[in-house]
Design a protein around this ligand. Structure first.
Ligand SMILES: Cc1cc2nc3c(=O)[nH]c(=O)nc-3n(C[C@H](O)[C@H](O)[C@H](O)COP(=O)(O)OP(=O)(O)OC[C@H]3O[C@@H](n4cnc5c(N)ncnc54)[C@H](O)[C@@H]3O)c2cc1C
Length: 210
């Protein structure tokens, strides 16, 4: 997709150092939950490109991204300061490791991987499927939406350290198509835990945040 300029609808704190940014969807924007966009931002007179994964269940009219903010990061603090009415440049959607209507879905995510986890989990519930979410972080974000997923019948595990017990329980409860989202170190831990639990990691849909 060529570059489009889109307007910010809202920026909301959804946890410690984490914001959900809702953007007006470009014309004919047909992103699937779990796909990502590239944002182009000017910071101190220099252009920077960063990728962010869609965290809304749907993208008609608006779509949402969830950004984990490192106060020392190059682009994150600028994104946290966006306000309704600001404009950002966006390209995409990109990525093949997205939700495609699978009936049973297990998501194992770390840090900002919570974004695609909530978006996909909500969509699976809307479609009448079964979903499990294992989410590891020092301090968890999107707890309200994950609580609603649990209330709707999803299995949700918020983890601070060892992934193994929660991944075991998620694979046992739901299994099915596995999705893994997060930074590289987390992906290694997640795939080890999934292998231990007997999940099909060869077929897993994985997105490496860097
Ligand atoms: C396909 C893809 C999808 C992504 N989706 C998201 C998303 O949905 N939400 C989101 O917040 N980010 C996502 N990212 C990461 C995002 O693009 C930026 O890298 C991140 O926001 C940091 O940018 P920055 O300019 O603030 O920090 P930079 O100055 O570029 O980088 C420094 C900071 O990035 C973080 N970081 C970089 N590498 C690692 C690592 N290996 N382990 C842990 N932390 C690391 C740390 O906070 C670090 O201090 C995605 C990346 C990719 C490639």
């Amino acid at each position: 997709m060529s570059e489009k300029t889109v307007t910010v609808r809202s920026v909301e704190s959804v946890g410690p150092d984490t914001v959900a940014i809702t953007l007006e969807s470009p014309d004919s924007f047909d992103a699937k939950p779990g796909q990502f966009v590239q944002l182009l931002l000017d910071v101190d007179g220099e252009e920077h490109a960063r990728h962010y994964t869609i965290s809304s269940a749907r993208v008609e009219e608006t779509f949402e991204i969830t950004v984990g903010i490192d106060p020392e990061g190059t682009v994150g603090p600028t994104l946290a300061e966006l306000e309704r009415g600001d404009e950002v440049r966006v390209k995409g959607p990109f990525g093949r490791n997205h939700y495609e209507g699978e009936e049973s879905v297990t998501l194992v995510v770390g840090g900002p991987g919570v974004g695609p986890a909530v978006g996909i989990a909500e969509r699976v519930i809307q479609e009448g499927g079964d979903v499990a979410v294992v989410y590891r972080d020092d301090a968890h974000a999107h707890v309200d939406r994950l609580g609603a997923v649990a209330d709707a019948g999803g299995s949700v595990f918020l983890v601070g350290g060892d992934l193994d017990p929660a991944v075991d329980a998620a694979v046992e409860a739901v299994g099915g198509q596995v999705f893994v989202y997060g930074f590289a170190e987390f992906l290694e831990d997640a795939l080890d835990a999934l292998d231990e639990a007997g999940a099909d990691t060869d077929a897993a849909k994985i997105e490496n945040f860097g």
